[in-house]
Design a protein around this ligand. Structure first.
Ligand code: G3I
Length: 402
C-alpha cells in the first residue's frame, strides 16, 4: 500500500481476490497459479492504485530540485502519431511522456542504427524520437558518436588505417550536423578506457584506437565541437562507481584521460557516469565522491547517464530483490546528487519489460541462471516498483539547485 495514495482498485475486485486467498488459506496452500494470479493482481492493483503522473512523477520531483530526470527510450515503441493528434492510448508512450524530462535513444543514434551502408545514413528512427521530444517539450541527449560496439556489419571490411580518420569525422559531421542545435549533450566518446587492455594510458584497444591511434578521442571531440557548438560534449563510461580495486583503477584512468584532454585544450564539457549498478556487493562511496569533486574542479559537469540495478547474486524472491534494488535507488542518487555539479540522472529504460538487463543476449550469454529482473522504476506491467518510490524520495531530499 502506498501511503500517499488511496487505493483506486474496485472494492469488488479486491474482495474477490481476498476471498480467494482466505478461502484457499482455509483449505490449504494456494496453487502456484493462484499465487501468481494474486501477485499479478497485486501488481495490476498497484498500477491502478497509485497515480504517479503530473506532480507525482519522477520528472516533476526532479524538476522541483532543479534536476533533470530522464530515460533511454526505443523510438519504435513511441506512438508519435497519437501524441501529434493530441492523445495516445499507448501505455509505453504515456509512461515516457509522464515520467521523463530528458530522453536518450537506447540504440537509434548509434552507428549500427544510423549507417545501413557505408554511403547511406538512415535517421528515421532517431528523427521519430526528436519529433516526440518536440511534441512533449523534452530535452534530448545524443548517444553516441564513437564507440567500439554497435558498429555496422560493413564496418570491419570497409575501415582501415588509411580511411579511419575520415570515416570518423565524416560520421560525426553528418550526424552531429543533422541534430545541430537540438541536443542538450552528446556522448561523443563511449567507454574509451579499459585498464585490462594493458596500455599505460588505460585506453581500450577499440577499433578506433587501432585505426586512428590514441588521438581519435581528441579528433572526435574537436569534430563534434566544430559541428554542433551548442551540445555539451560528454565522455561517457561505466564501471567507475564503486571502490572495488578494478573500478577505482579505471576511475583513475578516466580522470587522467579527462586531464590529458583538458591540458590539450580539447573541447569537452561533461563526464557521463553510466551507473549500471549491482544490488549485491560493495556500493559506491568515497572514491566516487572525490571523483565527482575532481571533475567539478576541472569545470566539467557530471551526468548520471544509464542507471539501472542488477540483482545478480541477491537471494530471495521478487520482494527481496525489489527491496535490494530499491535500496540502491535510494542510496545512490542521494550520494551523487548531493554534489551540485551532477545535473541529471537518467535510467537506462523505464520498465523491466524492455531492459537490456533482461535481454536474451545477456541472459543466455552471461547469466544463464539469472531470472527475469526488475532493474528500473517500473515493472513489466508499467506499475511503479519499490525502486520508483525510493528514487522519488531520494530526489526529494536533494539540495535544491541554485
Ligand atoms: O534490432 C535488432 C533486431 O532486428 C534483431 O532481430 C535482434 C537480434 O539480433 O538484434 C536487434 O538489435 C539489438 C539491439 O540492442 C536492439 O535491440 C542488438 O542485437 C543488441 O546488441 C543491442 O543491444 C544494445 C547494446 O547497448 C549494444 O548496442 C542494448 O539494447 C542497449 O541497452 C545497450 O546499451 C549500452 C549503452 O549503449 C552503452 N552503455 C552500456 C549499455 C548496456 O550495454
Amino acid at each position: 500500500m502506498n501511503e500517499d495514495h488511496k487505493p483506486l482498485v474496485t472494492r469488488r475486485e479486491f474482495g474477490r481476490t481476498a476471498a480467494a486467498a482466505s478461502a484457499a488459506a482455509l483449505v490449504g496452500a494456494l496453487s502456484v497459479a493462484e499465487w501468481r494470479l494474486i501477485e499479478r493482481n497485486d501488481r495490476l492493483r498497484s498500477a491502478m492504485r497509485a497515480d504517479v503522473t503530473g506532480a507525482n512523477s519522477l520528472e516533476a520531483h526532479a524538476a522541483k530540485r532543479g534536476l533533470l530526470y530522464g530515460a533511454a527510450v526505443d523510438p519504435e515503441l513511441l506512438d508519435v502519431e497519437g501524441v501529434a493528434k493530441g492523445h495516445t492510448k499507448d501505455a509505453y508512450t504515456q509512461l515516457v511522456s509522464a515520467q521523463t524530462g530528458i530522453l536518450v535513444a537506447e540504440n537509434a543514434m548509434k552507428w549500427r542504427a544510423l549507417r545501413p551502408a557505408l554511403d547511406r545514413f538512415d535517421f528515421a528512427l532517431a528523427d521519430r524520437m526528436m519529433r516526440f521530444a518536440g511534441l512533449t517539450g523534452k530535452r534530448v541527449r545524443g548517444h553516441n558518436l564513437c564507440w567500439h560496439e554497435a558498429l555496422p556489419d560493413w564496418f570491419a571490411g570497409a575501415a582501415n588505417k588509411d580511411n579511419g580518420r575520415k570515416l570518423l569525422t565524416d560520421h560525426i559531421r553528418t550526424v552531429a550536423g543533422h541534430f545541430r542545435g537540438q541536443l542538450q549533450s552528446w556522448d561523443v566518446v563511449n567507454e574509451a578506457v579499459e585498464p585490462d587492455d594493458g596500455r599505460a594510458d588505460g585506453l581500450r584497444r577499440s577499433p578506433w584506437l587501432e585505426l586512428v591511434g590514441p588521438d581519435y578521442i581528441e579528433l572526435a571531440f574537436r569534430t563534434a565541437a566544430e559541428t554542433d557548438p551548442q551540445a555539451k560534449l560528454t565522455n561517457n563510461d561505466y564501471g567507475i562507481e564503486t571502490d572495488k580495486p578494478e573500478e577505482a583503477a579505471k576511475r583513475a584512468q578516466v580522470l587522467a584521460l579527462l586531464q590529458r584532454l583538458q591540458a590539450r585544450g580539447v573541447p569537452i564539457h561533461a563526464m557521463g557516469v553510466q551507473s549500471h549498478l549491482l544490488a549485491k556487493g560493495q556500493q559506491p562511496g568515497a572514491g566516487l565522491q572525490s571523483f565527482l569533486s575532481e571533475v567539478a574542479g576541472m569545470g566539467l559537469e557530471v551526468y548520471i547517464t544509464e542507471m539501472d540495478v542488477d540483482t545478480t547474486g541477491v537471494a530471495g524472491g521478487t520482494r527481496a530483490r525489489d527491496a535490494a534494488v530499491a535500496k540502491v535507488y535510494g542510496d545512490y542518487p542521494a550520494l551523487v546528487l548531493a554534489d551540485q555539479n551532477v545535473k541529471m540522472l537518467l535510467t537506462w529504460g523505464l520498465t523491466s519489460a524492455n531492459s537490456w538487463v533482461n535481454s536474451r543476449e545477456r541472459r543466455m550469454k552471461r547469466f544463464p541462471d539469472l531470472g527475469w529482473q526488475r532493474p528500473l522504476p517500473f515493472d513489466d506491467d508499467f506499475a511503479p516498483t519499490q525502486a520508483f518510490w525510493a528514487l522519488r524520495a531520494a530526489l526529494d531530499q536533494v539540495p535544491a539547485r541554485v
